[in-house]
Each structure stands twice: as structure tokens, then as C-alpha cells.
Design a protein around this ligand. Structure first.
Ligand SMILES: [Zn+2]
Length: 173
């Protein structure tokens, strides 16, 4: 039997119940532990598949996460302004980052948004390249799930490019 042929399908329930599972430690974890996992995945996957493919896989995983995040934690029946306000709140509550909408074209569904104190990159050394590939997918996935149309998000500024916030160009396809 070839196990590789059988992919794993993520389900929200797979995240488990920290209240019963971690009565003393709860559902928070240190940022260093999160980043340790992300960057060791990146190291391992890039040696197996190359860096470009790895970045692509991070975008894809982020996209799936964004869709699931929206479906399970946000109210899709809100109007755009209400939805964005709720999203901002949730991203702070879960300590993912501080979202700000810099520019929004409601007709064409294009947005420029920033995420400060970003989970993935804030405080990193300047590497000269944007690194928030997972976030690109995550943001696109959230908008896609909410609007019901495909979206892309491209990171144009990042802590790792020397900026003090991550900036994303988001648009409906
Ligand atoms: Zn970034």
C-alpha cells in the first residue's frame, strides 16, 4: 500500500481541546517555539524540494489555514466593514498581529493592508527578502472564504526587508 498516495485532510477538530488537554498550560505557546517549528519546516522542506517550491507550499498551507480560520472563527454574514473590524479583533486576540487597512477599493476588491508585530517575522534580522509566505496565503484564504471569489495576497514590505511592518497587496482574481 502506497501511503504517499493518501493525503491528509485537515479538519478544524484536529486542533483538539486545550481546556481538557492542557489544564495547567492552556492554549498559548511561546513565540520562539512557533518560529522554531516554522523555520525548521522551512529548512527541511527546502532541502527536499528547493526554496521556491517550499515558499509555494507555505502559501498553500496558509491559504488552507485562512479559509478554515474564516469558516470557524469569523462571521461571514457581516458586511465588509464589520467583517474587517471582527478580523482585526480576532488577530489581536490570538496574538497573530495588528491589522490596519491602508487602502480599500470596495468595487474592485483590492486592498493594501499592513500587519504589525507579525507572528512570523517581527524582530527578525533583515534578510533582504519578504518571508511571510504563509501569511500571504492566510490573508488570501480569509478574503476568499468571506467573499466567495479567489484572492491573491502579495507581501510587498516585511520586517525581513527592513520595514517595521508587513504590507500586503490583496486583490480578487
Ligand atoms: Zn513579513
Amino acid at each position: 500500500m502506497n501511503n504517499e498516495a493518501h493525503g491528509y485532510d485537515f479538519h478544524w477538530d484536529d486542533l483538539g481541546d486545550p481546556k481538557t488537554g492542557r489544564p495547567h498550560l492552556g492554549d498559548s505557546v511561546s513565540l520562539a517555539v512557533y518560529r522554531l517549528m516554522v523555520f525548521t519546516f522551512k529548512d527541511t522542506l527546502s532541502k527536499e524540494y528547493g526554496l521556491e517550491k517550499t515558499k509555494d507550499l507555505f502559501v498553500k498551507a496558509g491559504h488552507l489555514a485562512g479559509r478554515q480560520f474564516c469558516r470557524n472563527l469569523l462571521d461571514k454574514s457581516l458586511d465588509l466593514d464589520g467583517f474587517i473590524a471582527a478580523l482585526k479583533q480576532k488577530l489581536i486576540e490570538m496574538k497573530i498581529g495588528i491589522l490596519r487597512i491602508e487602502q480599500a477599493d470596495r468595487e474592485r476588491l483590492t486592498f493594501t493592508l499592513t500587519v504589525s508585530e507579525d507572528l512570523d517575522c517581527s524582530g527578525l534580522p533583515v534578510l533582504g527578502d519578504t518571508i511571510c509566505d504563509y501569511d500571504e496565503g492566510f490573508i488570501a484564504g480569509i478574503f476568499e472564504e468571506y467573499v466567495g471569489r479567489p484572492f491573491t495576497a502579495r507581501e510587498v514590505d516585511c520586517w525581513a526587508t527592513g520595514d517595521r511592518t508587513c504590507r500586503f497587496a490583496v486583490e480578487a482574481l
